[in-house]
Design a protein around this ligand. Structure first.
Ligand SMILES: [Zn+2]
Length: 192
C-alpha cells in the first residue's frame, strides 16, 4: 500500500526542492508556469538526471509582454541546455515526478520559496506496481499523445528497478534485468 502524505505550501517547497536537488535518474516536471529561483536553476543545470519540463505554451494578449516572456524562456532554455523543454496548449495540471516520488499539486514551479499562495498537494512513492502511479503516467502519456508531443518524451521516463533485488538498478521497462545482471547471470552459468 502506497504511503500518501498531504503537503501544505511550506512542505511542498521543501519536498520539491529536495526532489530536484537529489534526483540522479530522471525528473519530469509538469508546470504550466515556470519561474525558477537561482538555487533551483543551478540544481537543474548540474543534475545528473535526465530532465524533461512540460509547460503551457507561452502567450499573452499584450505583444510587448509576450515578447519579453519569450525572451526569458529562450534564455532559460539556453542556460538549461541539458533539459528537454516541451510546450503544450491546455496545460493546467502540476505534477512532479522522479524515480522514487510523485507529487500531484496545485503549485506551479514558480519562485516557490517565496510562494505565499495557499497550495496543497500529495506526495507518494513512485512504485512500479502501484495502480495510481500507473494511471498518472498513463494520463500524462495520453495528454502528450493528444498534443502529438509523446515522441519528445523519452521512453527513459518509464523506468523500473531491475528484478534482481540485490541489484535494484534502474532500467527501461522493456527489460527484465539490467545489462549488469544479465552478464553476471551468464557468467555464473559458465559463460552461456
Ligand atoms: Zn541488475
Amino acid at each position: 500500500m502506497n504511503n500518501i502524505e498531504l503537503l501544505n505550501t511550506d512542505w511542498l517547497n521543501l519536498k520539491l526542492g529536495e526532489m530536484i536537488a537529489k534526483e540522479d535518474k530522471y525528473l519530469l516536471l509538469i508546470t504550466p508556469y515556470i519561474n525558477l529561483k537561482e538555487e533551483t536553476k543551478k540544481s537543474l543545470k548540474t543534475s545528473k538526471a535526465k530532465i524533461c519540463i512540460i509547460i503551457q505554451e507561452i502567450y499573452d494578449k499584450n505583444e510587448e509582454r509576450k515578447k519579453k516572456k519569450l525572451e526569458d524562456f529562450q534564455k532559460l532554455k539556453e542556460y538549461l541546455s541539458n533539459v528537454n523543454f516541451i510546450e503544450t496548449p491546455d496545460l493546467h495540471a502540476k505534477i512532479y515526478l522522479s524515480s522514487n516520488k510523485i507529487i500531484v499539486t496545485s503549485m506551479n514551479l514558480q519562485n516557490y520559496s517565496q510562494n505565499k499562495n495557499f497550495e496543497l498537494g500529495f506526495v507518494f512513492d513512485n512504485e512500479e506496481d502501484d495502480e495510481i502511479c500507473k494511471k498518472i503516467i498513463e494520463e500524462i502519456k495520453l495528454f502528450l499523445r493528444k498534443n502529438e508531443k509523446d515522441e519528445t518524451i523519452p521512453d527513459k521516463l518509464y523506468y523500473k528497478h531491475c528484478a534482481n533485488k540485490k541489484c535494484n538498478e534502474l532500467i527501461e521497462k522493456k527489460y527484465k534485468y539490467c545489462k549488469k545482471c544479465n552478464d553476471d547471470y551468464k557468467n555464473s552459468q559458465g559463460g552461456n
